[in-house]
Ligand binder design. Structure first.
Ligand code: FUC
Length: 794
């Protein structure tokens, strides 16, 4: 009964959060459908055993604070992260020597001396050569008395509530451990209970590879205090604290200098708060002691309301989208077994779970006020993670945000927007120092300190288009909800990025096309003389700049400003190198028709296909010849690659409207080769972009909205003949529900979320329909429903 009351309160509070949605939900009878879907098909990851490896543990997060839950019986390990705990401190990596070699690097490239250019460009690199790593905070360890017999073990993560649960029977007593990470209250909460009084005994301790001390204070508090370390010669400048409080009911609590022990309690709650002194990329003066004390004090006051507040807050975001792809007996198996069976079995519900897991991960790793999701989202157990677990902006960070708009999590983009606005400042320094240019530039990586100079090595790092690509994510955010205040906020970023390229594009000698130089087609070696990566005007750069310049022009029109600047940008856009079709019928990756001789013909990056996805410069309907060339390139590259690269291929095939091909690739992505038992994406090792790219691709299979039309079921595979999706977002400020049977659309509904009336153009196969939708703010209902032939009925 208690749990029923809880659930009812959660549903009510999450629905009440949005008055408009409440009205609409009732009018369209969505509410009963959503509730039914939740009860029939709980969205669970579950296991019959504790996690041994880190990629078996279950992630929790509130956007800022993260935990990996291992669920051991003798010992619970919560591996903890705080999203600003990086090594180092504010630093300036820009290399003033770059400007001196720039003309010669350009000359060598245009003379076809690519490897010489690449060697010389080593003088353009950042000091230090690598950026700062994101690091673990440490572990919270709960050690329980030894049990002689353990039965009924179960470990699960509910995507419906963002709560992990561990339950088992030890020596005849049933134990339950519920864990969640609350965004509204800024704490991780562990609730320990048992079905027999006085059964809860454990010791609570912390450990960390950081320079930190752990001390018990007062009667029930453990404080871990430390400073971050140096990396690459950049001194650590952050202090941090983790504050853990144990509240028990019944029994006793005792303390040692560095641990707390509970004996014979009826139940216990452990609250964990963490913070660093990071305020922003140039200010590290915050007070982690005060922050954690406040978080803990407020959480203690909330007491039993913590759970409800957490669930209501989480469901406000998560419940916006539901997806039913059908079910099968396989759905009853534990998640790790389902992943093993997925390639050969029929488990559409696992694909739906994977889709929702991606949404879950974004909610947990990217919330307003925090840092953007990094290469591992929020979760990292190492001091030296792969690629520093920071931001690789030649695909990975952009991919992290692909599902944000379509999957109705627009506010999760907020940290990315803020990061880009920071980069306009650090990147202005890089533009000036390295290139003598105005505006701002970011190369292929950045970190907590917003470093923007080229890193790692010239063949990957000297790529000036990272910031421009990030601008495209921000522009998409605008397209999905038409908010001109947001457009005004990001306009300086678009303008500064454009300014940099107005100042640095150069005409290439053969056609006089304007190109980036030096640059690379991300991380792919070309077969030109010397087999280097360095080149001029790789197709991806031209595609990104075509978008950037068009967006800038459109934005300045909407905002009514900068007519002269718009004219310059528009003129330069016309002079960019065009898309070219090569001798194999492929879309050329470089200015030269080099693709078929490239040393890695199956290379994981498919940079030149940016024009097909995420951009819409290539479209099967509008540009069929280029779409055929993009398809050829995709066929040449092959379907299987690292996690994110596999997921990118899925999005591309979805844009080519080939749902069966997307599904074929999903069978690989959602197999143990590319998905760990906890559903984290395997690059390998773990990298979160594949999860986000996979979620995005499933959304692209069901709804696309580029090019002014909302296309329903553009790439539905035969494997999902019956299903429904509710709450996907489309460009223009619309929200869409779709139902299908036997592979055919049966029903759709479109809701206008604009505060103005809007025209909406729909497509299903060859059928089209246009409707007028009243404003979301009007008294009338801003929803139109359609039958399977796109006939509207209100
Ligand atoms: C790019 C990719 C790698 C990896 C790294 C984080 O360099 O080429 O595969 O994803 O980013």
């Amino acid at each position: 009964m208690d749990s029923f009351k809880h659930e009812f309160a959660f549903i009510l509070s999450s629905v009440m959060f949005n008055r408009f949605r409440f009205v609409t939900a009732l009018s369209a009878l969505w509410l009963p459908l959503c509730v039914r879907a939740e009860t029939v098909q709980p969205l669970l990851l579950w296991y019959r055993q504790p996690a041994v490896k880190w990629v078996e543990a279950l992630p929790l997060g509130n956007g800022r604070l993260g935990a990996m839950v291992f669920g051991g019986v003798p010992q619970e390990r919560l591996q903890l992260n705080e999203d600003t705990l990086y090594a180092g401190g504010p630093y300036d990596p820009d290399n003033p020597g770059a400007l001196a070699v720039l003309p010669e690097v350009r000359r060598l490239i245009f003379a076809g001396q690519y490897s010489q250019a690449q060697s010389l460009a080593s003088n353009m690199m950042a000091h230090p050569l690598r950026q700062m790593p994101y690091e673990t905070l440490g572990d919270l360890l709960l050690t329980f008395p030894e049990a002689h017999s353990v039965t009924n073990y179960r470990r699960e993560l509910s995507l419906g509530t963002a709560i992990a649960d561990v339950s088992y029977t030890a020596d005849g007593v049933s134990f339950d451990r519920e864990i969640f990470c609350s965004a509204p209250d800024n704490v991780i909460v562990v609730r320990l209970s048992a079905n027999k009084p006085h059964s809860i005994s454990f010791t609570c301790a912390m450990k960390s590879p950081q320079k930190a001390t752990v001390q018990s204070v007062g009667s029930n508090t453990l404080v871990m205090a430390g400073t971050n370390g140096a990396a690459q010669g950049i001194q650590g400048a952050l202090t941090f604290q983790t504050r853990t409080v144990v509240l028990q009911k019944g029994g006793t609590i005792t303390r040692s200098p560095d641990s707390l022990s509970v004996a014979g309690a009826n139940s216990a709650t452990v609250l964990i708060a963490a913070a660093t002194s990071y305020r922003n990329y140039h200010d590290v003066s915050d007070n982690p002691q005060k922050l954690t004390e406040t978080f803990i004090q407020k959480a203690i006051e909330k007491d039993t309301l913590l759970r409800m507040r957490h669930v209501a807050d989480y469901q406000r975001l998560f419940n916006r989208v539901s997806l039913d792809l059908g079910t099968s007996p396989a759905a009853d198996l534990p998640t790790d077994e389902r992943i093993k069976n997925f390639p050969d079995g029929n488990d559409p519900a696992l694909a739906a779970l994977y889709f929702q897991f991606g949404r879950y991960l974004l909610i947990c790793s990217s919330r307003p006020g925090g840092q953007p999701a990094n290469l591992q989202g929020l979760w990292n157990e190492s001091m030296t993670p792969p690629w520093e677990s920071k931001y690789t902006i030649n695909i990975n960070t952009e991919m992290n945000y692909w599902p944000a708009e379509t999957c109705n999590l627009a506010e999760c983009v907020d940290p990315l927007t803020e990061m880009v606005l920071d980069l306009t400042q650090t990147g202005a320094r890089t533009a000036q120092v390295m290139y003598g240019a105005g505006g701002w530039v970011a190369h292929h990586n950045t970190d907590l300190w917003r470093a923007t100079a080229p890193v790692d090595n010239a063949k990957a790092g000297v790529w000036p288009t990272g910031g421009a690509w990030l601008c495209q994510n921000l522009w998409e955010h605008y397209l999905f909800d038409n908010n001109t205040n947001y457009l005004a906020k990001i306009y300086p970023a678009l303008k500064g990025a454009s300014q940099f390229f107005l100042d640095t594009l150069v005409p290439e000698p053969t056609h006089g096309w304007l190109v980036t130089c030096p640059s690379v087609s991300p991380e792919n070696t070309h077969p030109g003389p010397g087999k280097a990566s360095m080149c001029a005007g790789p197709s991806m750069d031209m595609e990104i700049l075509r978008d950037l310049f068009a967006n800038l022009a459109r934005a300045s029109e909407i905002l009514g400003c900068d007519a002269d600047f718009r004219a310059r940008v528009t003129a330069d856009r016309e002079r960019l190198a065009p898309l070219q079709i090569g001798k194999a019928g492929q879309l050329q990756e470089w200015l030269q028709d080099w693709d078929m001789e490239a040393p890695e013909i199956h290379h994981r990056h498919v940079s030149h296909l940016y024009a097909l996805y995420p951009s819409d410069q290539i479209d099967a309907g509008a540009t069929p010849a280029l779409a055929a060339a993009a398809k050829k390139s995709l066929e040449i590259r092959g379907d299987q690659a690292t996690g994110w690269a596999t997921a990118w291929r899925m999005n591309l095939w979805a844009r080519l409207r080939d749902g069966d091909h997307v599904y074929e690739i999903l069978r690989f992505l959602l197999s143990p080769q590319r998905t760990y038992p906890d559903m984290f994406d395997a690059h390998p090792p773990f990298q979160i972009d594949g999860n986000f790219g996979g979620t995005s691709a499933i959304a692209e299979m069901l709804l696309q909205s580029q090019g002014g039309e909302l296309e329903l079921l553009p790439a539905l595979p035969k494997a999902w003949p019956d299903g429904s999706v509710r709450g996907l977002r489309a460009r223009g400020g619309f929200e869409v529900n779709i139902t299908w049977k036997n592979g055919r659309l049966t029903e759709a509904a479109v809701e206008n979320f604009n505060h103005a009336p809007a025209e909406c153009h729909l497509r299903y196969g060859q059928k089209t329909a246009s409707v007028h939708l009243v404003s979301h703010a009007s008294a009338a209902i801003p929803v139109v429903r359609f039958d399977g032939n796109l006939n509207p009925h209100r």
